[in-house]
Design a protein around this ligand. Sequence first.
Ligand SMILES: [Zn+2]
Length: 140
Amino acid sequence: MAAALCSRRGRSRGIMFEVTVEDTFAAGHYLRNYKGKCENPHGHNYKIRVTLAGAELDKAGLLLDFKDLREVMRHVIERLDHQMINDIEPFTVINPSAENLAKYFYDESNGRLQSVTKGRVRVKDVTVFETDTTTAKYSE
Ligand SMILES: [Zn+2]
């Protein structure tokens, strides 16, 4: 019985908790190398959805406190909120498409969370809503 439990523990790949938080901000952007309406400066009310994953909970039974995830997201959002995104690194060079914004939020929040939780929690995916019905998702 004990042996069976042990080997089961070793195969914990399928056992995953997920936590999701959404937040919003407003910002302007335009797309380079693009022909159409979006080559002109315009604004969006963006919604960002970040989902975390991990196999182990902390002592309080949480994967991560919702407010801690919200704080990590706020840190990134504050850089972009009410700004022209094209004027902010790295979007001075790469296009501020919903796809690239999703990767930006992924990289910024994943690095921070992995170090804070010593690798226990990672970002599973990030979805950027440009409108209610159009989204781009990034995961690794
Ligand atoms: Zn746009």
